[in-house]
Design a protein around this ligand. Structure first.
Ligand code: BG6
Length: 278
């Protein structure tokens, strides 16, 4: 038995039309089940764990919706610059480099309905439903819901780092973005009205990728006569990398005669529980 499989990494076209043209060309010579359009984020343990966390436990899913969740934030911050990939990156930019692939994987895994089985097509179906429910921006919405930026020269960890425009193989008047932030809405029954804030950039002060699910605030009413003016927010933070883990933030009474509240954490850390396996 002979078999052939073909693996494709991004960029898979540069827009819908070019991606469709590429698909058409591939399908004229290959069967769909021979084609693998891969995304390396799906190889990360912490990303694979999103579904296990959501659907392998009974306590999270009942509150995983617009009735309890205020908003979701997804951050992919990198310290590195474009390194030696200026030629590719200057044509792509942060949006094409990170959003339709890695970040959309994180969004769909975080927000999709439970698939009918642990099978590739079942996942694809549910992820596709989320993508269909994210409406493209109108030109006016772009002005309100999207921000772009480009790194200038500066310092990271007390070391000088060059401006994007002076990086190798980058045009000296380049307008390509190295940072992008978006406010997305998922227009479906579970998520209507819950903003999904995403941001990604190179040459940021720290390197961290995480997903923060922020819950609605409890009513302050009970504490009105006390010195508590604000309640800490309840958040679940999925640390994709580094310091892989999951943290639950909540409020607790600060020991003492006065009624005061502080923010505390419950932490699951991969290396503490499973050793250095990542
Ligand atoms: C790649 C992008 O797909 O992902 C790079 O092209 C980016 O620009 C990289 O640095 C990030 O991957 P990781 O696994 O380091 O988060």
């Amino acid at each position: 038995d002979r078999w052939r499989r073909f693996v494709f990494e991004k960029p898979f076209g540069t827009d819908l039309d070019s991606a469709r043209a590429l698909n058409k060309e591939l399908r004229s010579i290959l069967r769909e089940d021979q084609i693998f359009r891969i995304d390396h984020y799906l190889g990360k343990e912490t990303v694979q764990n999103i579904l296990v966390f959501r659907f392998g436990n009974s306590i999270f899913e009942p509150i995983w919706n617009r009735n309890f969740i205020d908003h979701v934030q997804i951050t992919v911050a990198e310290k590195v610059g474009v390194e030696t990939r200026g030629g590719y990156y200057d044509q792509a930019g942060a949006l094409r480099d990170m959003i339709p692939n890695h970040i959309f994987q994180l969004i769909t895994l975080t927000t999709m309905e439970p698939p009918v089985s642990f099978d590739g097509n079942a996942f694809r179906d549910e992820q596709a439903k989320i993508l269909r429910a994210i409406n493209p921006f109108s030109p006016e919405e772009v002005l309100h819901h999207a921000v772009r930026g480009q790194y200038a020269e500066g310092e990271i960890d007390d070391k000088p780092v060059p401006a994007y425009r002076t990086e190798e193989k980058v045009a000296s008047d380049s307008r390509t973005e190295t940072f992008v932030a978006l406010k997305l809405m998922i227009d479906n029954w579970r998520w209507a009205g819950v903003p999904i804030y995403v941001r990604t950039g190179k040459r940021m002060a720290t390197r961290h990728t995480d997903i923060t699910v922020q819950f609605k605030q409890a009513p302050l009413m009970l504490f009105r006569e006390t010195s508590i003016e604000k309640l800490p927010t309840n958040r679940i933070v999925i640390h994709i990398q580094p310091d892989e883990g999951i943290t639950l933030h909540f409020g607790a009474k600060i020991p003492g005669l006065n009624l005061e509240m502080g923010a505390v954490d419950m932490d699951y850390n991969y290396s503490e529980h499973f050793g250095k396996t990542l």
